[in-house]
Design a protein around this ligand. Structure first.
Ligand code: 1YM
Length: 639
């Protein structure tokens, strides 16, 4: 044994051990996000192979045991002996922690040399890994166990057709490292689809072998690339012009691409990417496009006298209303900035983005005067509304918390410490009354809502801000909105939506979520929004009162009772919050030691928006379809 272990082997094991000791350094977290991150580390290598022009198909499979298989038809990882390590290149890629293997890297690697950095990280964090390479008529295989210890060196295990090539990797995440080892199909699907949009012509397939029925899986292949992404986002919306504008350019190995289409809505959906990674804080690629968009629109509007001499220029806020836009940049040496590395810093990209966009967009406006007029007129309407909204926002900001009646029906908590304060937004005055009596008035504020709040998906901001309920919420939160938004001013750690477990209740919940998503997205992203889970059943026997959340819990509880008690237990279905008295409401839904809260997250803003649009937007047909398709899943329908 001793002789087989050289200096290299020891260094290798130390490297992978470092990853196991501090996985967060390499994959961010060890929760569900980290678990899914492993998949993308492996898929990244296949995507690089596709960007190099050698791979057309990538398949991702969730196996029955929650291990993951990734297959591609690229050249196959090189099988020869690596000059530096003296072992096969495949094994080197999977066991040597490259210097660049830090969280946040990955993606397009035209520079070479840094290839496959994530593979060794995945190996370090896996119970076992199996790598098969098809190349030159041979099938090669190597295996690792328990955090990357080689249990089978690269060996020829069979023969294949001479023209077949590719790499197949299967790995099982180590349950000692991750909180959960169950993969979520939807999470993988959203990103797989996104990768297909961002890499035109590349076919990605996702399949769930845990599900007996799902044999086909989902296939994603978009010849139109990001144009089709724009179309996808706008599918439930009403576009202002039919054609999707798609522009691209290249300079010094930097590829830049943008696709856009306006719709008649009031929100924007602008998403930018660098090397397939979402730059959620924008950066030079986004800045360049926005600068050009504002300049070209203003100049067109002036030349055609749609914007008069006395009128102020349009700003980015005006021209982005109703805009769906995808920006994608492939850069050999990207510099990511900001605390979460979500911003592209490379200054040379700004002018490239500006010039590619300006030239192409100007031409589009000239060649399509009717569409141009629609777009520019919309921006001018947006500007007028924006100025009215600004006055309204200033009013919400200036209002003095102590003296104003803006607070409407808010019963605030006594504590001014935001880290321990919570606000319950409660459906209906009667539940609001019970909540007020049952709360801990030191830390819990209550805001009762009468009826439905305004649907902000269908209203411009000025109208939304004229709505009293919405103004009360804005003032209560304390953050302001738009350019005045400041997360550090949030007055509550938890914003808890408390609605009935019926159709009206979920409608109000969706309306509130729409408001939060559109006006207070950072609050949702920072994990401050929750849904209360009021109980659905009350069971009484003797002096015992027990509340349970759903039918499954009811059955479990009933089965746990001795027969003589069970037969005498009284089960009542809770009709709504209003039915509970203050004590019951406190005990079941508000008491921090007993209640169950569900955290609302925006895992994927794009997918969330699609659902909001479906449920709340102009088009009736998608809503009808959604209801039809999902009606079967509805539990506890109460009309
Ligand atoms: C399912 C995972 O890893 N595919 C893959 C990886 C590589 C290559 C092809 C490849 C790259 C090169 C030459 C090159 C990698 N090679 C390396 C390294 N799929 C998967 N497909 N030949 C093949 O870049 O020159 C790292 S990854 F470093 F060995 F070249």
């Amino acid at each position: 044994m001793k002789e087989e272990y050289g200096v290299n082997d020891i260094q290798v094991l130390e490297g992978l051990e470092a990853v196991r000791k501090r996985p967060g350094m390499y994959i961010g977290t060890t929760d569900l996000k980290g678990l899914h991150h492993l998949v993308w580390e492996i898929v990244d290598n296949s995507i690089d192979e596709a960007l190099a022009g050698y791979c057309k198909n990538i398949e991702i499979i969730i196996n029955k045991d929650n291990s993951i298989t990734v297959k591609d038809d690229g050249r196959g990882i090189p099988v020869g002996i690596h000059p530096k390590t003296g072992i096969s290149t495949v094994e080197t890629v999977y066991t040597v922690l490259h210097a660049g293997g830090k969280f946040g890297g990955g993606g397009y690697k035209v520079s070479g040399g840094l290839h496959g950095v994530g593979a060794s990280v995945v190996n370090a964090l896996s119970k076992w890994v199996d790598v098969t390479v098809y190349k030159d008529g041979k099938i090669y295989n190597t295996k690792f166990e328990n955090g990357g210890k080689t249990v089978q060196k690269l060996t020829v295990v069979g023969e294949c057709e001479k023209d077949r090539s590719g790499t197949t990797v299967t790995f099982k995440p180590d349950p000692d490292i991750f909180d959960s080892d169950i993969y979520d199909y939807e999470t993988l699907k959203v990103r797989t689809r996104e990768l297909a949009f961002l890499n035109k012509g590349l076919q990605l397939t996702l399949r769930d072998d845990r599900d007996e029925k799902d044999t086909q899986g989902d296939k994603f292949l978009y010849e139109g690339g990001i144009s089709e992404y724009v179309k996808f986002i706008n599918q439930e919306k009403t576009p202002l012009h039919e054609k999707i504008i798609h522009l691209n350019g290249e300079k010094d190995g930097i590829m830049f691409e943008v696709a856009l289409q306006y719709n008649n809505g009031y929100n924007d959906n602008i998403y930018s990417f660098v090397n397939n990674i979402n730059t959620h804080d924008g950066g030079t690629h986004e800045d360049g496009v926005k600068r050009a968009l504002v300049r070209v629109t203003n100049s067109y509007a002036r030349k055609n006298n749609i914007l008069k001499e006395k009128d102020e220029n349009l700003t980015i806020d005006d021209v982005k209303e109703g805009l769906t836009m995808i920006i994608s940049c492939k850069h050999p040496n990207p510099q990511f900035e900001g605390q979460t590395k979500g911003r592209l810093g490379n200054s040379e990209v700004k002018n490239l983005a500006d010039s590619v966009f300006a030239e192409g967009y100007e031409q589009f406006l000239l060649e399509n005067p009717e569409e141009a007029k629609l777009i520019v007129s919309k921006s001018i309407l947006a500007k007028n509304a924006r100025m009215a909204a600004k006055r309204a926002r200033e009013a919400t900001r200036k209002s003095d918390l102590a003296t104003t009646n803006f607070f409407g029906k808010l019963s605030d908590c006594k504590s001014k410490d935001p880290t321990i304060s919570e606000i319950f937004i409660v459906e209906g005055d009667s539940a609001g009354g019970s909540a007020k009596k049952g709360r801990d008035s030191m830390t819990q504020a209550i805001l009762p809502l009468r009826g439905k709040i305004l649907n902000v998906e269908k209203a411009r901001q000025d109208k939304a801000l004229a709505n009293e309920e919405i103004r009360t919420i804005i003032t209560a939160f304390g953050t302001g909105i738009g350019e005045y938004f400041d997360l550090s001013k949030l007055r509550y750690d938890k914003i808890i939506i408390m609605t009935d477990a019926d159709v009206d209740g979920s409608h109000i919940r969706v309306l509130l979520l729409t408001l939060f998503y559109r006006f207070f997205r950072p609050i949702v992203e920072a994990g401050h929004v929750y849904a209360a889970q009021p109980p659905l059943f009350r069971i009484m026997h003797g002096k015992t009162r027990k509340y349970v959340l759903n039918e499954a819990e009811l059955n479990d509880y009933m089965n746990s009772l001795p027969e003589n008690i069970r037969s005498r237990a009284e089960v009542a279905r809770m009709k709504g919050l209003g039915e509970m008295d203050a004590e019951e409401l406190n005990e079941t839904t508000m008491d921090i030691n007993k209640r169950v809260l569900r955290k609302i997250t925006v895992e994927d803003c794009i997918a969330a928006d699609a659902i909001f649009e479906k449920l709340m937007g102009d088009e009736v047909e998608p809503r009808r379809k959604f209801i039809e398709e999902n009606a079967g899943y509805v539990q506890n329908l109460d009309i």
